[in-house]
Design a binder for this molecule. Structure first.
Ligand code: CUA
Length: 309
């Protein structure tokens, strides 16, 4: 699926810090490696005087004890340099993410610290702003990793870890659960979408609104089926009777880029496929495959959901 995902191609300060350190280690390691190999070659094939000198106590103390102490201490001090970015003042946007087998429950937090609106598997942020993400788990250990934007941090049941990230350009950045959490762990992706400030504000204002009413006959039929088939027992669609909390909030599902936590690109076709064969696409997920529904019913459901922009 779409999105940048590379720790060596950072697009934010937290990831750049890590990439810089990685390149420093790689460069330093290469220099030392070449030096050691050259020394070994001299010790094996060099003139007798040089070989005797290399075997002397002074060289062994300098190269084998003093040099590693200096290099490792310097690296340790480098690691203690505080990250200016992480210490920055108040974050501009606060988000809570709860990892569940096998998707990401997302809540935006308002200025008062209360939950604002819910979404899933996708986090939209304004470019350049510091975003603080509170990370929890509802079941087992998961790990939150968006390599282009920040380092990896585990998500434990009963504990809150926080991570700050920022994107320095607009784009779609793919993240992946990085701790094996059972079954379809590999299908537990998320997308962080960095938008220009105005687009982000427009998106946030729109996410707060209840779902739009279905505009076509097919979509109205889809809405009726959604209620009749009990989909609202697990899924919420704000503004309707559907208020389940077991699965992802679907109030604006049609506006997301992916389905099933990065399993499929979004659209009417993939929505119908997900309803029909969720268990084949992502075995073990909580939603049964509604393969017994007639094709037109699935199409109507998918049209309704696609319309929930
Ligand atoms: Cu969640 Cu692996």
């Amino acid at each position: 699926l779409l999105g940048h995902q590379s720790a060596l191609n950072p697009h934010g300060p937290a990831a750049r810090e890590i990439a810089d350190l990685a390149w420093l280690l790689f460069a330093g390691g290469s220099v030392i490696f070449v030096f050691v190999i050259a020394t070994v070659a001299m010790a094996l094939y060099g003139p007798p005087r040089l070989r005797a000198w290399l075997g002397g106590t002074r060289v062994i103390v300098a190269g084998g004890i003093a040099f590693p102490i200096v290099v490792l201490t310097a690296l340790l001090l480098r690691a203690f340099v505080p990250e200016g970015f992480a210490q920055a003042a108040q974050p501009a946007v606060q988000v809570e993410v709860v990892a569940e087998q096998w998707w990401w429950r997302v809540h935006y937090v308002d200025a008062a610290g209360d939950q604002d609106f819910a979404t899933a598997n996708e986090i939209r942020i304004p470019v350049g702003a510091t975003v603080e993400i509170a990370l929890r788990s509802a079941d087992v250990i998961h790990s939150f990793w968006v390599p282009s934007l920040a380092g990896k941090i585990d998500m434990f049941p009963g504990r809150v870890n926080t991570l700050r990230l920022s994107a320095d350009r607009p784009g779609v950045f793919r993240g992946q659960c990085a701790e094996y959490c059972g079954g379809p762990h590999a299908r537990m992706a998320l997308l962080v979408i960095a938008l220009p400030e105005e687009s982000f504000e427009a998106w946030r204002a729109q996410q707060r609104t209840p779902a739009v009413a279905p505009a076509t006959g097919e979509r109205m039929r889809g809405q009726a089926l959604f209620a009749a088939r009990g989909c609202g027992v697990c899924h919420a669609i704000r503004g309707t009777a559907a208020n389940g909390v077991r699965g992802p909030d679907l109030t604006h599902v049609g506006g997301r880029l992916s389905l099933g936590a990065g399993t499929l690109a979004n659209g009417a076709g993939p929505l119908a496929l997900w309803v029909a064969a969720g268990q084949q696409l992502k075995p073990g997920n909580l939603m049964p495959s509604y393969d017994f529904l007639p094709d037109d019913d699935r199409r109507a459901l998918a049209a309704y959901l696609e319309g929930l922009q």
